[in-house]
Write a protein that binds this ligand. Structure first.
Ligand code: ATP
Ligand code: MG
Length: 328
């Protein structure tokens, strides 16, 4: 559905916001772009939606060249931009109807489409209320519905849950999954929330400082780290001592009082071996915990810092830039 080849954007002033990125998105896939503030996510989305001309490289959306066929591209895609677009002084329904007219959807068809979409994002009851009275989550849901109005084949979601609280965010994920299931839409989504991309995206690219540092499924990315850690709390320190002689791990076991930490390649396979080892030596575990690698660790491995550090760094850089501007 989407093919990106060496896409690059240099803004006037020389900022290389997107640096030679390439990836493909398959039909009915949720594809995630994960990156900290200023990584180049919005710039990428703008180029793919034909809102911004690439400096170099190419991108094809539904087989259409974003450079030369921007009108056709825009007909087949829906966009939910990072900034809110709905008119606060209209009701939810009025906003939907205005967009429907903009897309020239015939009246009856528009009514049906609007009804179905408001139902999908659970705004039917609030459809006649002014948008300025909506909560943050309701506003984002309305944006989602607006992006789907003309039945797009591909939906671009730029930070769909930015600024929402954790509970509202997870609800939003359910709506996004529903959309894929019910409407068969292909979704490309950006976020700087690790859990969001981890939970929603079938495949993802981590983007940092304009560059894609790695692409794959969540499992593939996590699998590229060393392995899992199994922590066993034994009944006694003597048993912990006995368990620490387990040799099939990838690192020396770490022993701390009656707890033993075993590094293994894949806990799904190694857990059975560890159980057998414990049975043979009559070790009774009090509790067993499996720690799978997180996307946080993946981010750290491929960028050299945690996503929080990356965001902090950007803030510092931005305020330094503002300071310079103020002085000039
Ligand atoms: N119109 C512009 N002119 C100049 N520089 C820009 C412009 N828009 C963005 N940039 C710069 O390009 C880089 C990438 O910005 P972009 O908005 O694409 O990042 P992002 O990943 O979407 O970040 P965020 O998470 O904050 O939305 C940043 O350094 C930003 O300051
Ligand atoms: Mg952005």
């Amino acid at each position: 559905m989407i093919e990106v080849k060496g896409l690059t954007k240099v803004y006037p002033g020389g900022i290389k916001a997107v640096d030679n990125i390439s990836f493909t998105v398959e039909k009915n896939e949720i594809y995630g772009l994960l990156g900290p503030n200023g990584a180049g996510k919005t710039t990428t989305i703008k180029m793919l939606t034909s809102a911004l001309k690439p400096t170099s490289g190419d991108a094809f959306v539904n087989g259409l060249n974003v450079r030369t066929e921007s009108l056709e591209v825009r007909k087949t895609i829906g966009i939910v931009p990072q900034d809110l677009t709905a008119d606060e002084d209209l009701t939810g329904f009025e906003n939907m109807y205005m967009f429907a007219q903009f897309y020239r959807i015939p009246r009856q068809e528009a009514y049906e489409q609007i009804e179905g979409l408001l139902d999908l994002v659970e705004l039917t009851e609030s459809k006649n209320r002014y948008v300025k009275g909506y909560s943050g989550g309701m506003r984002k849901r309305l944006e989602l519905a607006l992006g789907l109005l003309h039945n797009p084949e591909i939906l671009f979601l730029d930070e769909p849950t930015l600024g929402l609280d954790v509970q509202t965010r997870t609800r939003m994920w359910d709506y996004i999954r529903e959309i894929v299931k019910k409407m068969g839409v292909t979704i490309i989504l950006t976020s700087h929330y690790l859990e969001e991309i981890d939970s929603l995206a079938d495949r993802m690219s981590i983007i940092d400082r304009g560059k894609i540092v790695i692409t794959g499924t969540s499992d593939e990315l996590k699998g590229s780290l060393k392995g899992d850690v199994i922590s066993v709390i034994c009944d006694t320190e003597g048993e912990a001592e006995a368990l620490s002689s387990y040799k099939d791990g990838i690192d020396q076991p770490i022993i701390k009082g009656n707890e033993v930490r075993l590094s293994v390649e894949n806990s799904d396979k190694d857990l059975a071996k560890i159980f057998n080892f414990m049975i043979e030596r009559k070790i009774t575990p009090m509790s067993i915990n499996v720690h799978k690698p997180s996307l946080d660790q993946v981010f750290l491995k491929y960028t050299g810092r945690t996503i929080r550090e990356a965001e902090g760094g950007e803030d510092v850089r931005k305020s330094a830039m503002n300071l310079r501007r103020m002085r000039a």
